[in-house]
Design a protein around this ligand. Structure first.
Ligand code: FAD
Ligand code: SF4
Length: 471
């Protein structure tokens, strides 16, 4: 046990789950990591030195009780570990899969200095996956109904986090989403090789058992009027994400053969899941030479989807160097292993028009200049260094901006100068908007960020709503 050997971390190293073989990785839409085994989780748990002030907990955006649930698993109390893990996180099995742990919990682990961090993410995933498979369900036996009901617009991680906390406090949560399945970008953005679709389908069933009501295929402002929602509910939470793709303003960006990253990914998910979609939304890159422009999580998901579609060649061009890529290092490594070529310090200046279609990308070399306001070094073009890389398809992954609904002004919800909804954590009612009855959180408030930060804001907004409703 770990009490008898506090120096376990010296003899036993960090351990990552095994990856599937390369043939499977290059051709199948399945998660690339095998599940962590019981023995592996126990071994990692025993490496945890239970430092007095656990840095991992502080750095984790939802402040998971990491050392405590690791200890419960090692003691054989899996169901208690799952219950504890759900006290702070609405989707622990999802975060275990998709959080950039190297920048969050594991990056802050005391052992990360020299010994290798405790493998936290895979353990978190193991606890919930295994407990659910063994029949564990969240314990809501003590919940007393308050008679209040709240409408939640958006079934992404922010909306689900909000619904979870409200339900556990006896408030009825009714969730509206325009898509045919819950999850938001977890279902329609993040591909299967990071997060298989069954994970969210299973979650929907659990949420429904908890009493959360979902109205899918229902777009607020089109299929149902916001005025009706405002009238019928005691409060409203907005968790609608950011869906306006940022443009590069490049000559040729409108040519056939140039695709927006998210449309490409959503088209592929719909194709794989058999959902109806208008003709032409599914793009097939088989045998094509593909260039993806951008260096974030979305760009990595595009290059790796292109590999699985059996593109002939997949190149990622990014304007900074590898050190300064914004996404998870683990996924860059995975992309490279799967055969993606990276061109760093390259900025696109034009999409080449080849007989009316995209025929390649003109790239200029960059050098990193002075740090900008965020402290990131700004890339500057090196004159005379242009080159053309031939391609049959170009995918633009420059990020997203909020896309405010036309009805925000009808209900007096204010936005800021970059179209984000104004709602802050540190005010009397957490994440309240300029309309006292309306709360908001996730990407539409903070700008595109992470699953775990969206969950946190949704959960915090639920606390704000509970205070507002005085329940
Ligand atoms: P969303 O997940 O966008 O959910 C918003 C929901 O609102 C959607 O389901 C939408 O249909 C619905 N909606 C919007 N308007 C309406 C309306 N009028 N009526 C009804 N419904 C509406 N983060 C990570 O932590 N790790 C990763 O590996 C990662 N990879 C990513 C890969 C891609 C390709 C992308 C695009 C993002 C990735 N992210 C990742 C970021 C992460 O997915 C988002 O930060 C997170 O999903 C934001 O949650 P949200 O609830 O705010 O919004
Ligand atoms: Fe780490 Fe994310 Fe889990 Fe927090 S939620 S412990 S950051 S994997």
């Amino acid at each position: 046990g770990r009490v008898s050997n506090n120096f376990q971390f010296i003899d036993v190293g960090r351990n990552d789950p095994k990856k599937k073989n390369m043939r499977a990785r290059k051709s199948q839409y399945v998660e690339i990591y095998d599940p962590f085994t019981k023995a592996q989780v126990e071994e990692q748990s025993e490496r945890c030195i239970e430092c007095g002030n656990p840095y991992c907990e502080w750095k984790c955006p939802v402040h998971n009780f990491i050392p405590n649930w690791l200890k419960l698993v090692a003691e054989g109390n899996l169901f208690e570990a799952a219950e504890l893990s759900h006290q702070t996180n609405t989707l622990p099995e999802v975060c275990g899969r998709v959080c950039p742990q190297d920048r969050l919990c594991e990056g802050a682990c005391t052992l990360n200095d020299g010994f290798g961090a405790v493998t936290i993410g895979s353990s978190e995933k193991y606890i919930t996956d295994t407990a659910l498979a063994m029949g564990w369900r969240p314990d809501l036996s003590g919940v007393v109904a308050t008679g209040k009901k709240v409408a939640i617009i958006g079934a992404g991680p922010a909306g689900l986090g909000c619904a979870d906390v409200l339900t556990r406090a006896g408030v009825k949560a009714v969730v509206f989403d325009r898509y045919p399945e819950i999850g938001g970008l977890l279902t329609f953005g993040i591909p299967e090789f990071k997060l298989e679709k069954l994970v969210m389908q299973r979650r929907r069933e659990i949420f429904e058992e908890m009493g959360i009501e979902f109205h899918l295929n229902t777009e607020v402002g089109r299929d149902i009027a916001i005025d009706d929602i405002m009238e019928d509910y005691d409060a409203v939470f907005l968790g609608m994400g950011t869906y306006k793709a940022m443009q590069g303003n490049l000559p040729g960006e409108d040519l056939p053969g140039v695709h927006k990253a998210l449309s490409f990914l959503i088209g592929n998910v719909n194709h794989n899941m058999g959902f109806n979609q208008p003709d032409g939304d599914y793009v097939n890159l088989r045998d094509k030479r593909v260039i993806v422009l951008g260096g974030g999580d979305t760009a990595m998901d595009c290059v790796r989807t292109a590999v699985r579609q059996r593109a002939r060649q997949v190149v990622c061009a990014y304007r900074r160097d590898e050190e300064n890529m914004p996404g998870s290092r683990r996924e860059v490594k995975n992309a490279r292993e799967e055969g993606v070529e990276f061109l760093f310090n390259r900025q696109p200046t034009e999409i080449v028009n080849y007989f009316g279609e995209a025929g390649g990308v003109k790239l200029v070399r960059t050098e990193l200049g002075e740090p900008d306001a965020d402290g990131r070094r700004r890339p500057q073009a090196v004159p005379g260094s242009e080159e053309v890389i031939d391609a049959d398809a170009v995918i633009v992954a420059f990020g997203f901006q909020p896309s405010p609904a036309a009805w925000f002004s009808d209900i007096n919800v204010s936005t800021n100068d970059w179209d984000g909804v104004v709602a802050e954590e540190h005010q009397e009612f957490r994440f309240q908007t300029s309309n006292p009855k309306v709360f908001a959180g996730g990407d539409m408030v903070r700008g595109s960020d992470l699953v775990v930060t969206a969950i946190w804001e949704g959960r915090q907004a639920a606390e704000g709503i509970l205070d507002f409703l005085e329940v």
